[in-house]
Unconditional design. Structure first.
Lengths: 366, 366
């Protein structure tokens, strides 16, 4: 059914073939034929890429500008986005880039009661996986203390990412006991609601949680807004690979940090300057120590798989993630209780090489 | 004599014609014909561009790697680089980019006893001009509390930037009472000297002075090294135009800041984290206030000229500096005592536009 489309995608270099177990598929690396980047194309099924959600950097004016009617406020969880779907008798998880993720697919039965797909085989569940046992997320996450958890935030009616209305989504979440993000209710652009929204954001901020998504109904406008402590956490975590990340990553977060603290009336209290400085300095001190002692900056990962062959597929998968190709060192794969544990290290080459060069006393022209 | 060379430069687009008063010249925008970028070509004289000086980001290993014999240590002043030379009966000042600077040329007789050019018309004096009355330097400078001052650091034997040996330079500086940078003496790579170098750097750092240049003799190797407080000052000053500067500007300084504090054994004391955070937060708070209240972030300049026609030339000159074209607002030119005072404002368009957009509640996809 989509055979010709697949040929076209490959001929025009808009997508790349992937393989998981015996299954091959195409992931769109660019939007094409009306399908967004990250869409997954099988011979007889397409799962659309997850739509990008814009960000407001100013809460009050942002809500006023973006939403004319009422809107839901839902927690935004800091993890990696998965689309969970049923295809020819199996449940698959796809990451944002359109890869079928061997880790998430392997572990999905631990994270979700998949019965919902028996009754509704055409639904696509969209959620965030996070936790210290994630193979992608670096740094701490306040919602999960060990291994990984899933938080569903959208259910799409079919493969085109046409989302169910919130109430219908809540009903399915409740009926199938799906793990989901916290929903904070429906709000409007009025002073009372704004006060309540700020109160919720303040408590998320105090718990180092990432932020929220606003979702208008029925028009489907969406916007995200994140907390200052989440920006701080990003800076602290990414300072370990400070020269492997776009420098704009940091500048954006510094600006948003000040904007959030200003808008929530926190800027004049509590050593926010010191916290921002610490986020950079602590990470950089550690990086310098690692580069001096081990010649590199890197991060250690430890993930559990149900099946050892999926760990092998995952090792293969890591080679195909842009930017990861040469920078993963597989350490160990061993059995522990009923799981297979994969340990690996991601190294940060620019940070490592540049700082090693600086520490060696090299001359630098800038 | 250089007429053909000038034609060649223009034909190959390696230089641009400039004009100051009745004098035309070519400034090299790229290295060409053995002459570096920033060289100034007249019909019968070429003044070479000032050579780039590399930076060491690690003091001990840097000195060890770069210098095998003894080396001078001299203060590095945070200002703008000028080459001062004599041509057909007049003294001119050229900036790094190869512009004859109407401001510096106008004011040079206030900054320097130009008698040296009577005895030595072929010398080129290289120095740094700085102070709150400078038209280029933003932010405070600890060495000059009002107007501007000149600090000579090199004397070139002719127009090729072949520098005089340090002792001969000191002799001329002393004989003609030239204003000069502080020279901290000759050092070697040995523990006693290194302790002394660190002591001097610590006191420069405590006075918010920029740093030092190391100069090897007779081989001419050079390296610069700057203090953490100078990095901090750069961050605080440039945060006013945070989105008009390469974001690497900030990342580099954050890294150098931590390296300096670590190397000088200061990192564990005195709230360095807080100071780093403050450098960002204070500037950004002010920018947000300015964008909210005036719609833009900008900086105000006030410079004194001896002759009003040079102020006019300077206004014209501002239009030719890359990146300045549309972002200078001339405010006033008026006489005060024996000087003409020019007031102008430089606006920071990306910082202004982006933050205005964020504050308006716009949706942003990143």
């Amino acid at each position: 059914m989509f055979e010709l489309f697949i040929e076209e995608i490959l001929a025009k270099k808009k997508g790349i073939q992937g393989k998981f177990q015996e299954r091959t598929y195409i992931r769109l690396t660019n939007a094409y034929g009306g399908w967004p980047e990250g869409s997954i194309v099988f011979k007889d099924l397409i799962i659309a890429g997850f739509p990008k959600i814009g960000r407001i950097n100013s809460l009050e004016s942002g809500l006023r500008e973006q939403f004319s009617g009422s809107f839901w406020m839902e927690e935004k969880v800091d993890g990696y986005n998965v689309r969970i779907f049923h295809y020819q008798g199996q449940i698959y998880c796809a990451t944002r880039g359109g890869f079928i993720c061997p880790f998430s697919t392997d572990r999905i039965v631990d994270l979700l009661n998949v019965d919902i797909f028996i009754d509704h085989p055409n639904l696509v569940l969209c959620g965030e996986i996070t936790g210290p046992g994630s193979p992608y997320i670096e740094g701490p996450t306040p919602l999960v203390s060990e291994d990984v958890k899933l938080f569903i935030f959208d259910i799409a009616k079919g493969s085109t990412m046409e989302f169910l209305p919130e109430r219908q989504k809540h009903e399915l979440i409740s009926r199938y006991r799906l793990p989901s993000v916290k929903n904070f209710d429906l709000f409007e652009n009025q002073p009372k609601d704004l006060r309540q929204i700020k109160k919720i954001l303040l408590s998320l901020h105090n718990e180092y949680r990432e932020g929220v998504i606003f979702k208008e109904e029925p028009f489907g406008r969406r916007a995200k807004y994140v907390t200052a402590n989440s920006d701080l956490n990003d800076i602290a975590v990414f300072s370990h690979k400070i020269l492997d990340v776009s420098p704009n990553y940091f500048i954006d977060r510094i600006l948003r940090y000040v904007l959030f603290l200003t808008e929530l009336g926190l800027i004049e209290e509590n050593n926010w300057e010191e916290k921002l400085g610490k986020a950079f300095v602590c990470g950089i001190k550690e990086v310098l120590k690692n580069v001096r002692e081990h010649g590199r900056s890197s991060r250690f990962f430890r993930c559990r798989f149900r099946e050892s062959k999926n760990a092998e597929y995952f090792i293969e998968h890591l080679k195909h993630i842009p930017g990861h190709q040469e920078h993963v060192i597989i350490k160990k794969l061993y059995q522990e209780n009923s799981y297979w544990v994969l340990e690996f290290e991601k190294t940060f080459p620019s940070t490592s090489d540049t700082l090693r060069n600086w520490l060696s006393g090299a001359l630098r022209f800038d």
